[in-house]
Design a protein around this ligand. Structure first.
Ligand code: GLV
Length: 317
């Protein structure tokens, strides 16, 4: 019997690839690892039964229509906003994601950005590298305290909760806002959205992207924030109105921002680049070797389960 056909859109670790070969007839991207254009994706997926995709592959109605034999999509990400889940369900295509395995790593990175914005880490490093450091002074590159401050988390899911737990070591008051209060959240207090922006010294965004959360942080929310406050976005570009944020950073409406995600990435609003009060990283919050490996393997294990008639491990549609 011919093996089911699988497209893997980007390079995966050899151990993950090996776990799939022999079970699937694989079209891969192991050598080049270049992002697939829409037309490449349509062409390569046309005769496939399975897809292992990433956060940057847009799986919309047009893509699904071009792949009539597709049975299961395993996305190597927790967020699923790049996949039309309803269209998949209508076509009977199963979809899986990678929750849990990236929670702690991603929470660590939210803290990396938070600390970097509070203490002006990248700005200080550039100052030193560019030879501007001529000696010590009392008010040199002074930042704001993290210890004892108030953290506001927008989106209290697994990652939000892991961020809140870490805040205990910093003696912080932790506030959160969600669509509904979480029953079992011991380390944070539920507040209305406006109060979150008004009262927090650090606002961390962890909400999934959807039409409801599009530009959930825009000029109005930024204006509510303290002028001494920092915004951290590890959620998705599009959750923040980047134009409004550039303006807020330029005019001192807020003190600083740490951003791992951007609307239209890998392009980003050029207004961010000259600003010294923003820390910019290229969507790497889950990127440790161990965690990216666990994400790839979980995606692969879902495909193996489907092909071998077992229950999917982490099905979203
Ligand atoms: C990354 O952004 C993910 O959703 O896993």
């Amino acid at each position: 019997m011919p093996l089911p056909k699988l497209l893997i859109t980007r390079r995966v670790y050899d151990s993950v690839f090996d776990s799939l070969s022999g079970v699937f007839d694989i079209q891969h991207n192991q050598d080049k690892d270049e992002p697939l254009s829409k037309s490449d994706l349509l062409r390569k997926l046309a005769d496939k039964d399975y897809l292992l995709s990433t956060v940057v592959d847009r799986i919309d109605e047009e893509v699904l229509a071009a792949a009539p034999g597709l049975k299961c999509i395993a996305s190597g990400a927790v967020g699923t906003n790049n996949i039309d889940l309803k269209a998949c369900a209508d076509r009977g295509i199963a979809v899986t994601n990678t929750p849990d395995v990236l929670t702690e790593t991603t929470a660590d990175f939210a803290w990396a950005l938070l600390m970097a914005t509070a203490r002006r880490l990248t700005e200080a490093e550039q100052y030193l590298r560019q030879g501007q450091w001529k000696g010590w002074s009392f008010d040199q590159l002074s930042g704001v305290d993290v210890y004892g401050s108030t953290l506001g988390i927008l989106g209290m899911g697994r990652i939000g909760s892991a961020i809140a737990r870490r805040a205990q070591g910093f003696g912080m008051t932790v506030l959160y806002h969600n669509r509904r209060p979480a029953n079992d959240e011991a380390s944070a207090r539920y507040v209305e959205k406006d109060a979150l922006f008004k009262e927090s010294d650090f606002v961390v965004l962890v909400v999934p992207y959807s039409p409801q959360t599009h530009h959930i942080v825009a000029a109005k929310e930024l204006a509510l924030m303290k002028t001494s406050a920092c915004l951290v976005n590890i959620a998705r570009g599009g959750v923040v109105d980047d134009k409004a944020l550039v303006h807020a950073l330029e005019t001192g409406t807020i003190r600083a921002a740490g951003l791992d995600v951007f609307e239209g990435e890998p392009a980003l609003d050029p207004g961010f680049l000259p600003l010294s009060n923003v820390v910019l990283t290229p969507h790497i919050a889950s990127s440790t070797r161990a965690t990216r490996g666990a994400m790839m393997q979980l995606a692969a294990d879902n495909l193996l389960a489907h092909a071998q008639g077992r229950a999917l491990l982490t099905q979203v549609a």
